[in-house]
Design a protein around this ligand. Sequence first.
Ligand code: DGL
Length: 288
Amino acid sequence: MPVDAARLGIGVFDSGMGGLTVLSALMRRLPHEDMLYLGDTARLPYGTKSPRTVAKYALQCAATLAERRIKLLVIACNTATASALGDLEAGCPGLPIVGVIGPGAQAACRATKNNKIAVIATESTINNGAYQKAIHRLKPEAAVVAQACSLLVPMAEEGWMDGSIVEAVARRYLAPVFGNLSDSAAGLDPADSGGAYPDCLVLGCTHFPPFTGVFRKILGSRVHIVDSAETTAEAVAEALAGLKLLNPQNNAGQTRFMTTDDEGRFARIGEFFLGRPLSAGQVELVDL
Ligand code: DGL
C-alpha cells in the first residue's frame, strides 16, 4: 500500500441493495471514511447460482472496486462470502478483505443462551455450510438449524418489506425451524419450551434486515435476531486500526454508489436499505 493509503476509500459490494444495510452500519461506525459501494443488480440473485458463477461475479466486482483504488474490501454479501472469500483473497493479494459470515457467526455465538441457533440465508449460503462451519469453529456444542429463504431476496429488491404476503412467506420459511407458529401472537419462548427452539435467528443474508419487524411479529421478542452489519462494521474498524489505515481526515467521509443496472431503481429501493435519502444522480452505472 502507498504512503497515502489511509486516505483511500473502503470498497463494498453485494449482488444488489442488501449490502446497503452493511454500508449503513459502516457509515455510522466509521464516519470519516470514504466508501464506494457496488450493487451488481443486473445479475442478482447470486443466492440461487452455483458457487463457480458467484465466485466469477465476485472477482469482477472486486476488480471494478480495486480499479478505483480502495484500501480494504468488504464483501457485504453472505453468498459471495461463502462461495468466493478464498478466491478473492487469492485474486486480490495485499488487499485486506472482510466478509460478513465470520462477524455474523460471532454475534450469534455471543447472543445464544441455549446453544440453538437458526440461520436463514440464500440457498447457496445454506448449501455451502459456511455459517454452520463458522459457528462450530467458535462454539462446537451449538446446534445449528439452517433454512434457505430464497424468495425473500426478490421481495426485498421489490421494496416489499412488510404486509400480509411478506408475513405469509416468512411464516412458511420459519415454521420448520421454530415448530408450530400458530400460537405465536404471544411470541415464542425458547426457555419455556424446554429449549426446543433456537433462541437466536441469524439473518444470514444482507437482504433480510428490512424484514426484522416481520420476523419479530412472528417470533415475538424472546428470540434474539442477529444482523451481521454492526459486527462487520466493528471488524472493519478493528482491521483498519490494526493496519494503521484509519482515514486521518476530520471531514465527513464521502460515499459513492455504483450499480450494474438502472440507477433510478437502485436509488428508489436502495433508500429503504440504506435508511437515508439516495438520488439517481448519486449512482453511477457501470459495466463489469
Ligand atoms: N445479499 C446477498 C447475501 O447476503 C444475496 C442475495 C442474492 O443475490 O441472492 O447473501
